[in-house]
Design a protein around this ligand. Structure first.
Ligand code: SF4
Length: 573
């Protein structure tokens, strides 16, 4: 039987309990939505509560297919009421920890309450399955790379770590939770968005360390043969499709080649201009640097991933610099700040991972700061210095650590690219309008991973289809976030109906795709929307910042001109 850990930070206790039967067919984002709503229904959480207060619960959970050999079934989802947006939050991450949770027989860890003292603690789950809260004071203000080194010294290499850096300890609203990657053990995979690291910081939990158990948990199948037949077919499909997928061949950096030419790549704080030097940040340059310096790509961040979009990026001397270096980081610290030096951006990526802060919030915030004259455009060293202030908690650091909106408000900016207080990622919504609709309506705040509809950008005749595309994809991503990595999901489309067979083979019942689309997709979105409504959000929050409606993109002449009425009925299923 699956278990869960219930951690009480006030009493400094950990209990291992049977996993709730009613959540058995839920995982990831769907589980978080249901669990949070159940907290509200049972009176344990006021949806309007202070996200940094005692009622908020930090949730770590696996996907619904955890423990199986279905590819990418070991994503980690981190959930809570977001310290950044004030709404519901699911921040998804790759890495090794969800696999070790499953091997330990754990589907969920919930962290409750606030500590009675100001001590830091580490949640440790040993190879014998024993879970305890240990003193973590010796890790105070340590960067995440140091935390991992210290945990490896203490427990060996058969571990995974989820931890916060100084940003989380300082309770900055853009603080992330860093997760160690399979193989390298670098803390470069990230539950990045919504300030989940701030909540971990306020709870005084510096790290969660899970050891590989002596005896891995054995999953019980309703019909193992049926499950394995479906896995074989879907995994083959994903592998075949992945071979044609630029994310597999090059990683997400490959996106620069298309967004750099069509006005989607954000330039100079979402000005709508084109960036002539985008190729300096593109695949050719990236791969040349990897091969000349002994880096690599096509790495899996979790065992069994067939897409393998991860990478290791070394510096000029061939020394390790960063890993899991992604398009969004390059786009937002790059063209959005008028920077074309890949090595400097890689250094910013490493700093953000070590400090434990979301690169999307930081890159977008730096673009706003530059527009307001805080730094000159293109001043990479100035950004590096400001990130040091985030680490140290000095100067502009506390403001930057609270993210893009905090920076914009502090500097009197007129153009702040956020929705529901969360920064937009590396896609200009004037030129990918479906993605703009996603930014406006996702219960998660501005978030490309909620439904990136890129590719339909300039089809005015099909503009009405943009709302449909965003809606359909938001449903699909909701169920993908509950069971697998979305980069594998984009390769599963020809066999997607077999996801119903997986649910049936694992849990019994009909092999019905609607168990996935409705049960994990539509219901999750509606539950999240209902939570946000009770937290105080209204239709007025489903809107982009004004400048996207009025300022034309130089690249295309477009503004964001989707009728608000279409947006307001997007989730009237
Ligand atoms: S596709 Fe990329 S992000 Fe997804 S599990 Fe594989 S390596 Fe990790």
């Amino acid at each position: 039987m699956w278990s869960k850990l219930v951690v009480d930070m006030e009493k400094a206790t950990v209990e291992r309990l049977p996993y709730d039967k009613e959540y058995l067919e839920l995982g990831g984002r769907a589980l978080i939505a249901n669990y949070m709503m159940d907290l509200v229904k049972t009176g344990k959480m006021d949806p309007k509560c202070d996200p940094m207060g005692p009622q908020n619960v930090l949730i770590f959970c696996t996907g619904v297919l955890a423990g199986t050999n279905f590819t990418t079934s070991h994503r980690l989802s981190v959930g809570c009421k977001s310290p950044l947006t004030g709404g519901i939050k699911e921040a998804s991450s790759g890495g090794y920890i969800a696999k070790l949770m499953a091997d330990q027989g754990l589907r969920m860890i919930t962290v409750h309450g606030l500590p009675a003292d100001d001590k830091l603690r580490v949640l440790h789950v040993g190879r014998d399955g024993k879970a305890e809260l240990l003193d973590g004071e010796d890790l105070r203000l340590a960067g995440t790379y140091e935390v991992v080194d210290r945990m490896r010294e203490r427990y060996g290499d058969a571990i995974s770590v989820a931890c916060i850096g100084p940003a989380g300890e300082r309770k900055y609203k853009a603080a992330s939770i860093q997760i160690t990657e399979f193989g390298t053990l670098h803390p470069c995979r990230v539950a990045a968005r919504g300030g989940v690291g701030a909540l971990m910081g306020v709870k005084g939990l510096k790290a969660v360390v899970i050891e590989k158990p002596d005896t891995p948990y054995k999953v019980e199948y309703a019909d193992k043969e049926k499950f394995q037949a479906a896995v074989k077919e879907i995994n083959e499909c994903i592998l075949n499709e992945a071979k044609k997928d630029p994310f597999h061949v090059f990683g997400t950096v490959s996106t620069i080649e298309s967004t750099g030419t069509n006005g989607i790549l954000p330039v100079d704080n979402f000005s709508g201009k084109l960036f002539k030097d985008y190729e300096k940040l593109g695949v050719k340059e990236f791969l040349a640097k990897l091969s000349a310096r002994g880096g690599c790509n096509q790495r899996p961040c979790q065992p069994g991933c067939l897409v393998r979009c991860s990478n290791v990026y070394n510096d000029e001397n061939g020394e390790f610099l960063t890993a899991g270096f992604e398009y969004e980081t390059i786009a937002l610290f790059g063209p959005n700040c008028h920077i074309s030096d890949l090595d400097k951006i890689a250094r910013m990526d490493r700093m953000c991972d070590d400090i434990g802060v979301d690169t999307i919030e930081m890159g977008t915030a730096c673009g706003v700061a530059m527009e307001c004259g805080k730094l000159p455009w293109g001043d990479a060293d100035g950004i590096i210095a400001m990130l040091e202030e985030v680490r140290a908690g000095t100067g502009f650091g506390p403001t930057l650590g609270d993210g893009c909106e905090a920076v914009g408000l502090a500097l009197g900016a007129k153009r702040i690219p956020t929705v529901k207080h969360q920064a937009m990622s590396g896609y200009d919504p004037r030129n990918t309008k479906g993605t703009g609709i996603t930014y406006a309506t996702s219960p998660q705040g501005a978030d490309h991973t909620a439904a990136l509809t890129m590719g339909r950008a300039f089809d005015d005749a099909g503009r009405a289809a943009q709302a449909y595309a965003s809606n359909k994809l938001q449903v699909a991503i909701s169920f993908s976030d509950s069971m697998m990595c979305l980069f594998a999901f984009s390769n599963v489309v020809p066999k997607k109906e077999l996801l119903g067979d997986l649910m049936s083979g694992l849990y019994g019942g009909p092999a019905d795709f609607s168990r996935v689309t409705v049960g994990l997709g539509v219901k999750t979105l509606l539950t999240e929307r209902a939570f946000n409504k009770m937290a105080g959000f209204t239709d007025a929050d489903d809107k982009l910042p004004d400048f996207f409606y009025t300022e034309r993109s130089d690249a295309t002449g477009s503004v964001f001109d989707i009728d608000q009425k279409e947006i307001d009925v997007l989730f009237d299923f």
